[in-house]
Design a protein around this ligand. Structure first.
Ligand SMILES: [Ca+2]
Ligand SMILES: [Ca+2]
Ligand SMILES: [Ca+2]
Ligand SMILES: [Ca+2]
Length: 385
């Protein structure tokens, strides 16, 4: 039944869990705790607890409790309710797990993704959510007490809101429905927050889920904010590797970046740039379990889409493609426009005023009849959509 419900959750943030069997590591579904729990006693402290943001919180609306109001799994979830004080344009909330009586500082493995479900009640202002992790280098199992010493890094922040320390992470706008939030820790951006080891790099393999940061989209939007959280877990991610043949090319393939789009149901859920080794081999790290169409495109080669790549419970190898050369203007077709671009660059070498590296189809650092031959041979070809 759970899988059927997960299909009904719209894709808002990250990648929706699909039918493939994934390796997961539960942290909590909140079912084991009494409801209502006392304020700030399960996993997260009450909103005003953190010294970073406590001065922004209106003490009259300030709770984090396990409740039975609504749940994604079972009958219980964690209800978090807060309001910012007026005239605090830099307000944000650091909802911390710091030494909470139950489920304190949950240990997480930075090699896995972290995901959970969130339900935002209507009337709550839109916000960004960012994951804060503490570099404790714990040996506790996932969900155990991961410790409370070490620096804190932001995971998944696209910026740090100039002028303030608050992070701007994943945009949450859906109301009155459960949505999934995924932090694919190995490939998310990392930004420093606090402590000596906060340097924008995860320096240790494991640590603690220290906090979730909530930053209003509209500065000074006081709320109230009413959200429910459920089903915190980690999920193993896997690499996809294979070979990209760049046809009709004698140059240095290690200098040709290849763009890989991961698509699900026609939507691009992740775009990565991979580099090739001298033999054309690539590795795409940390792919969430799911079924993907993988689209490969390099500068003057046509796109190739490999449909139905299943990532489930292990690394995927031998996703191999062979790309057709001749798309000088990069529009994924080999046409008269490419011919025109080749003519314009004909006879040129690097440094010449009419040099165009993308017209040097064979990669010998000259635009010659050999390049013309490649174009003629592939003329009229069209890449995959
Ligand atoms: Ca639950
Ligand atoms: Ca660090
Ligand atoms: Ca073209
Ligand atoms: Ca050439």
């Amino acid at each position: 039944m759970k899988l059927a419900r997960m299909f009904a959750v719209p894709l808002v943030v990250g990648i929706l869990a699909s039918a493939v069997v994934a390796q997961t590591f539960p942290i909590t579904d909140f079912e084991a705790f009494p409801a209502p729990s006392s304020n700030g006693s399960v996993m997260f402290r009450q909103p005003s607890f953190s010294g970073s943001t406590g001065s922004y919180i209106d003490g009259a609306v300030n709770t984090a409790q396990v409740v039975t109001d609504i749940a994604y799994s079972g009958t219980k979830s964690l209800r978090v309710n807060w309001r910012f004080l007026p005239d605090k344009p830099s307000a944000w909330l650091r909802l911390t797990t710091y030494n909470t009586p139950n489920l304190p500082n949950p240990a997480i493995d930075f090699a896995h993704a972290l995901r959970f479900k969130i339900y935002v009640a209507s009337g709550t202002p839109d916000f960004y959510i960012t994951l804060g992790v503490r570099e404790t280098n714990t040996t506790a199992p996932i969900g155990g007490n991961g410790g409370a010493s070490g620096g804190i890094e932001w995971i998944g922040a696209t910026s740090l809101d100039p002028g303030y320390v608050r992070p701007v992470g994943k945009l949450i706008t859906a109301k009155n429905q459960w949505v999934e939030v995924v932090f694919n820790i190995p490939v998310e951006t990392v930004n420093p927050f606090a402590g000596a080891t906060a340097n924008g790099v995860l320096d240790v393999p494991r640590g603690a889920l220290e906090c979730l940061a909530f930053t209003p989209v509209e500065a000074g939007a006081i709320g109230p904010y009413l959200i429910y959280l459920d089903d915190f877990e980690q999920v193993a991610v896997w690499s996809v590797s294979g070979n990209v043949e760049l046809r009709d090319f004698g140059g240095d393939v290690t200098q040709v970046p290849v763009t890989v789009e991961l698509r699900q149901d026609g939507n691009v859920v992740r775009t990565a740039t991979v580099s090739l080794d001298a033999d054309g081999n690539y590795t795409l790290p940390a792919v969430l379990p799911g079924t993907y169409d993988l689209a490969f495109k390099a500068s003057h080669w046509l796109r190739v889409v490999v449909p139905g790549v299943v990532v489930a419970n292990g690394d995927v190898t031998d996703v191999n493609v062979s790309l057709t050369n001749g798309d000088i203007d990069g529009d994924n077709e080999i046409t008269l426009f490419d011919f025109g671009a080749l003519v314009a660059a004909f006879g040129s070498m690097p440094g010449d005023s009419n040099w165009n590296a993308d017209a040097d189809l064979d990669g010998d650092e000259e635009v010659t009849l050999f390049d013309f031959g490649v174009l003629v041979r592939n003329f009229g070809a069209i890449g995959d959509e």
